[in-house]
Design a binder for this molecule. Structure first.
Ligand code: NAD
Ligand code: MG
Length: 354
């Protein structure tokens, strides 16, 4: 029997359910698949997550088999996709097959891209196992792969039939990956949910299912209003203009979530500098970042180099400096034409030792 989802998201062809609960891979997902007809079920995972959860999941599904690819962003490529098309064919998949992405955001993007393109598109389920994938990457329908020239340059919009976030899988997630997921969770709270920020700051930890559900609700609201990312969805990039610059200028030595944490502090400081927010906003953001074990400072990177990288960010429309800033927690706005001097001053203030 199918149980009730935690919430639903309105996609291109109707609403799809999101299940956020311990054990979802053992009960809700198999029940969902059993209630529908698929010729074959391909569980796509990687060499880390596959052995932990993939064999057990495939064993619970009719006509299912597990495909594992090497772990890491370096494998989110067209050549891995090509290998996966071959495995799907060898496994007897046709247009009535189902692809399940079991893993972090890399697997979600890659398997989703394969599901969007194999036989012009087959049914797709997201089973995120990293916190970042549960609160961010598995939602909203964006899938894709990287090119040597840059990240996520080839892709599609592919809504899943459903998303199953089994929170028991987070027990094996490395602590640094958990912190990176918490950075995106904090971002969601800062954009639209002051109570979520309060939960993250509280000394008494809240159950993770509730925290995830609140962050998912923020992304749901943004993508439902703006599925193809033409406007409001851009507020989800809070802190990301700074983060992408730190990642790029450091030669990707920084993890995305840790760079986002610095970016959130930078966005809060820039908001005050532009006269938009009260001076205590960056203090709140820094306190939250610290409470989550995330960095609020960087070192070894030149502010001028970071500014140059920002100007080339693909989300910098027409070369103009667009930033997501905050009037307050829960009140984002898009700021156009932010002067270089303000950005440099904020970057200087966040340099370690400055
Ligand atoms: P990831 O997929 O590389 O996972 C991080 C690491 O954790 C990997 O080594 C993975 O194997 C491991 N892991 C995952 N779940 C585990 C578990 N339960 N137990 C043990 N190990 C586990 O990285 P990520 O942070 O999950 O996702 C980042 C990717 O998501 C990037 O490629 C990014 O572009 C993409 N992304 C996409 C969207 C979107 O809207 N499509 C949004 C945000 C990010
Ligand atoms: Mg991000």
């Amino acid at each position: 029997m199918e149980s009730a989802p935690t919430l639903t998201i309105q996609g291109a062809d109707g609403a799809y359910p999101i299940f956020i609960r311990p054990g979802a891979l053992a009960d809700a997902l198999p029940a969902f698949v059993a209630a529908r007809r698929f010729s074959r079920v391909a569980v796509i995972s990687n060499t880390t997550v596959g052995p932990l959860y993939g064999e057990a999941l495939a064993a619970r599904l009719p006509d299912a088999f597990l495909i594992t690819v090497p772990d890491g962003e370096a494998h989110k490529t067209l050549s891995t996709a090509t290998a996966l098309y071959g495995e799907l064919l060898a496994g007897g998949c046709d247009r009535s097959a189902l692809v399940i992405a079991l893993g972090g955001g890399v697997i979600g993007d890659l398997a989703g891209f394969v599901a969007a393109t194999f036989m012009r598109g087959v049914a797709f389920i997201q089973a995120p196992t990293s916190l970042l994938a549960m609160v961010d990457a598995s939602l909203g329908g964006k899938v894709g792969v990287d090119l040597p020239q840059g990240k996520n340059l080839v892709g599609a919009f592919k809504d899943p039939l459903a998303v199953f976030a089994d929170t028991t899988t987070l027990r094996t997630l490395p602590p640094v990956e958990r912190r990176c997921g918490l950075a995106e969770t904090l971002k969601a709270g800062l954009i639209a949910d002051p109570l979520l920020v309060a939960q993250l700051l509280a000394s008494e930890p809240s159950p993770i299912e509730g925290v995830i559900a609140r962050a998912v609700r923020v992304k749901k609201q943004a993508v439902e209003q703006d599925r193809l990312e033409r406007g409001v969805r851009a507020t989800l990039n809070l802190g990301h203009t700074f983060a992408h610059a730190i990642e790029q200028v450091s030669g990707y030595a920084w993890k995305h979530g840790e760079a986002v944490a610095v970016g959130l502090v930078a966005a809060a400081r820039l908001s005050v500098r532009r006269g938009l927010a009260a001076p205590d906003l960056p203090i709140t953001v820094e306190r939250a970042v610290a409470a989550l074990g995330l960095p609020a400072r960087y070192s070894g990177l030149e502010p001028a180099a970071l500014w140059d990288a920002m100007r080339h960010d693909k989300k910098f429309r027409g070369g103009a400096a667009h930033f997501v800033l905050l009037r307050d927690v829960g009140a984002p706005l898009m700021a156009a034409d932010v002067p270089r001097a303000d950005v440099i001053a904020v970057l200087e203030s966040l340099r370690e030792g400055a």
